[in-house]
Design a protein around this ligand. Structure first.
Ligand code: FES
Ligand SMILES: [Fe+2]
Length: 339
């Protein structure tokens, strides 16, 4: 119940506009045993449940790609906002005018697409003061460099708490994130969301990143490592704003599993910098990110959900302050009703 409520009543950041630039571009995510598809329908981005309204076949099997929204079973096709039904005369006994796609509500924050099944509040209310920063970040992004998705063998709350925890970095990410020698975070809380900003204390790494930053066209000044948590399922992280990692940790219908999706989003390049010259940079960033997530997944899979209690914050250090905030949000949602 709790997971369904969090899924249906909140807005979720699904993707960046530049991930779906062409008509026919789509991406498919899973949550609680159901699909969600974001697609470019003749220039308009729509979000729907991936189910054909005829007899419920899933339109898309692939995780992403370019294809018409056309059902492989009997050819029903959704195009430019209209449902096209082959051999329409055969459906004379049906009330086709009442048939519609399972659309979700959508909202934009800059070029970030949010969707919700049945939102309890407006996107602006949910994001609070974060919306300005998010919109500004979204304007710096241009395209996806990597799609990395698999099942985390843990509950989604364990995965989110891992993302909110800076205490584990030197232990779990010794040769990856640990190399940045991050400072203690500066935490900011905005409604149920939180942000953490870290300085990079390794001087030679910081210098290299600063010189790389000159190749990019950024309006959002990010100096160091930043991690933005969007309650309940999403994180956006970045090193110096040179690229952004968008992560969704969607609950699974199965216990001890999480649908993990991470996308590496590219920051726009300064005029005159050839895109191909940065291929290697984005490729190696993608590889490091993949390794960091493997490390996180590995440690998270060692934590059974049975011992988890969001009411208990009695053993959390100052470096786990954001987890306390997260657990309080869960407590509040749980006490607000039927879970
Ligand atoms: S189930 Fe899709 S056209 Fe029949
Ligand atoms: Fe981690």
């Amino acid at each position: 119940m709790m997971n369904k409520k969090l899924r249906d009543h909140y807005w979720h950041l699904l993707c960046h506009r530049s991930e779906l630039p062409q008509p026919g571009d789509f991406l498919r995510l899973q949550w609680l045993g159901q699909d969600i598809v974001a697609a470019n329908d003749a220039g308009e981005i729509i979000v729907f449940d991936n189910l054909c309204p005829h007899r419920g076949a899933r339109f898309f099997d692939a995780e992403y790609g370019n294809a018409p929204i056309s059902c492989a079973y009997h050819g029903w096709t959704f195009q430019a906002g209209t449902l096209l039904i082959p051999s329409r005369e055969k459906y004379q006994a049906c009330e086709l005018s009442k048939v519609s796609m399972g659309m979700l509500k959508t909202e934009w924050c800059g070029d970030f697409l949010f969707a919700s099944v049945k939102p309890a509040q407006t996107l602006d209310m949910q994001l609070g003061e974060l919306s300005q920063q998010l919109a500004s970040i979204s304007m710096d992004i241009n395209g996806r460099a990597d799609w990395n998705a698999y099942t985390y063998e843990c509950d989604w709350k364990i995965a989110i708490e891992n993302g909110l925890d800076s205490l584990h970095t030197p232990y779990v990410h010794t040769d990856t994130l640990g190399r940045l020698s991050l400072s203690d975070p500066d935490n900011v809380y905005i409604a149920d969301n939180s942000t953490a900003s870290f300085q990079i204390t390794d001087a030679s790494v910081a210098k290299k990143l600063r010189s790389a930053a000159r190749l990019f066209s950024r309006t959002e000044p990010i100096d160091g490592y930043i991690s933005i948590y969007l309650f309940p399922f999403t994180m956006l992280t970045s090193t110096c704003g040179l690229s952004y990692s968008l992560q969704n940790f969607f609950p699974s219908a199965q216990e001890q599993k999480t649908h993990f999706y991470s996308r590496l989003l590219k920051t726009s390049l300064r005029a005159g910098v050839p895109a191909v010259s940065m291929d290697h940079f984005f490729l190696s960033t993608a590889e490091v990110n993949r390794q960091v997530f493997r490390e996180d997944h590995h440690i998270c899979s060692r934590i059974p959900i049975q011992g988890y209690d969001w009411n208990d914050v009695s053993r959390l250090s100052v470096d786990e302050e954001k987890i306390i905030h997260f657990r309080k949000s869960l407590q509040r949602v749980a006490s607000a009703g039927d879970v």
